[in-house]
Design a protein around this ligand. Structure first.
Ligand code: ADP
Length: 482
């Protein structure tokens, strides 16, 4: 057996491959940024060829740089941006369209119509999700209609995990895993199967769907890197982060701050239905047992900082947001509602747009940077409030993702949420989780072995409270979506 793992982390803004040793310590990383296509307002696309080439490039770079032989690699893990839909030619494996990214709002009208037809309840009951363009099914329906797809044996639909497994296995394996499947709106979370009624609702009865595997499973092999390497662990990015944070106990919570923010509570064997517009989803399926999670999803977190950097040219790097926020006038009453791609939980307003409120002649880059970081903390507070109203008892939250490197933001989070915030040493928890799954799936480790793998870097304790500012922010938000 080999001594290394390689995990592919195909995210929204970049593709990465990470090399781990046999104690699942990070050895090296290769990363390529991805082009974001915004062809029209509300539309977000990725080029699937670019995704594929970036993934192959990253894996190859690690293998060459470390002179690895395929037999030295125990197995490959995969984690990916969820809900994003790929469509490709079954024979040639060539993409038939650009991928429709999870943030894309083009199916808002279609979802509204289904809602008017009274279908949200049945969808919610079966999938644990709400009716929103966020999820894959309405995106598949859009592609099927707009590309006029007729013969189902010619093309394949899948989420990004499925596209990568298909390509890596040379077109042999058309598989997905339970966590990614649970985000399509076609999957019944009670029995862990595709659901005929849902396929009918989304007019997708005539498409081929990938076989659903457990998260640590045999997903096939790739011959693309000079020999045979198995693929043994797959999970959607947020579920992978939950595993990477070793949130295996019912009641444990993690929050990831990448492009968006995703607060996830492990609810164990309990399928908790939210009364406060959170999502119920599959955390993972291992050894036949399904573990459920309650999730709050915010579409814009780190991408608001990216917006300040790239569109408003406030700074050259996301890290600088910390320095600017620290220099802001503490009495500033500037508020940002970063609804750039609509609002996710708990509002679910696909048509909402972003806004800055409370500008005075004293409001500059510093104050807007502070207000933007605060807006991410305030959005998290809304998620936590919803989770607590659904009965959760949350004493601490493990954070990760690019924004968790911002110590000012992490402290802001502890103050806003009045909850202890723990940051691990390795914040690449998404890739770490997929590697744990690959280790379990290849018989290298057991789930119980992983419990002690979590290492604390920093703890942030609540210091002062931001209740007044949060209340003012909520007032502005309500005004915006009235
Ligand atoms: P994803 O996996 O969604 O592509 P990452 O976890 O790599 O995202 O995080 C990148 C995001 O985090 C970017 O949107 C970036 O603007 C933001 N970010 C990264 N570092 C910082 C920082 N120090 N302060 C604030 N935001 C940051």
């Amino acid at each position: 057996m080999g001594n290394f793992f390689i995990t592919i982390d195909q995210g929204t803004t970049s593709s990465r491959a990470i090399l781990y040793d046999n104690r699942i310590n990070k050895v090296d990383i290769s990363q390529v940024e991805l082009t974001q296509y915004y062809p029209k307002e509300g539309l977000v696309e990725h080029d699937l060829e670019e995704i594929w080439n970036s993934v192959v490039f990253c894996v190859r770079e690690l293998i060459e740089k470390h002179s690895l032989k395929p037999e030295e690699i125990v197995s490959i893990g995969i984690t990916n941006q969820r809900e994003t839909v790929a469509l490709w030619d079954k024979k040639t494996q060539k993409p038939l369209a650009k991928a429709i990214v999870w943030q894309d709002r083009r199916t808002a009208e279609f979802c509204k119509k289904l809602k008017e037809d009274g279908l949200e309840e049945v969808i919610k009951e079966k999938t644990g999700l709400l009716l929103d363009p966020y999820f894959s099914a309405s995106k598949m329906k859009w592609l099927k209609d707009n590309l006029n797809l007729k013969n189902k044996s010619d093309y394949l639909f899948g989420t990004i995990d499925t596209f990568l497994i298909y390509k890596l296995s040379g077109g042999k394996n058309f598989f997905t895993d339970a966590s990614n499947a649970s985000r399509t709106s076609l999957f019944n979370i009670q029995n862990c199967k595709y659901d005929e009624d849902l396929l009918k609702i989304f007019d997708l009865e005539d498409i081929q769907l990938p076989e659903i595997k457990e998260n640590a499973d045999y997903f096939g092999e790739t011959e693309l890197f000079g020999g045979t390497i198995k693929i043994c662990g797959v999970a959607g990015d947020q579920q992978a982060a939950l595993i990477g944070q070793t949130c295996f106990e019912s009641g444990s919570v993690k929050s990831t701050y990448g492009t968006g923010c995703f607060l996830m509570l492990n609810t164990g064997k309990n399928l908790v239905t939210s009364k406060n517009k959170l999502l119920t989803t599959i955390a993972y399926k291992l050894d036949g047992d399904i573990t459920y999670a309650l999730e709050g999803s915010i579409f814009v977190a780190g991408s608001s900082i990216q917006y300040l950097r790239d569109k408003l040219n406030f700074f050259n790097s996301a890290e600088e947001s910390e320095k600017f926020a620290l220099e802001a006038d503490p009495s500033s009453q500037v508020f940002v509602v970063p609804a750039f791609t609509g609002l996710g939980a708990p509002h679910w307003k696909p048509e909402a747009k972003g806004a800055i409120f409370g500008l005075t002649l004293n409001s500059g880059i510093n104050e807007i940077s502070l207000a933007t970081l605060e807006s991410v903390a305030f959005q998290t507070k809304e998620l936590l409030n919803a989770m607590q109203a659904d009965g959760a008892k949350v004493n601490s939250i493990k954070i990760d993702g690019g924004m968790s490197n911002n110590a000012f933001f992490s402290q802001l989070l502890a103050n806003t949420l009045k909850t202890e915030i723990y940051k691990p040493k390795d914040i690449e928890t998404t890739a770490l989780g997929a590697t744990y799954l690959a280790a379990i799936g290849s018989g290298f480790a057991k789930q119980d072995d992983l419990k002690d793998f979590w290492n604390m870097d920093k703890k942030f304790l609540p210091e002062n409270n931001l209740d007044q500012k949060f209340a003012a922010w909520q007032k502005y938000l309500k005004k915006l979506i009235q």
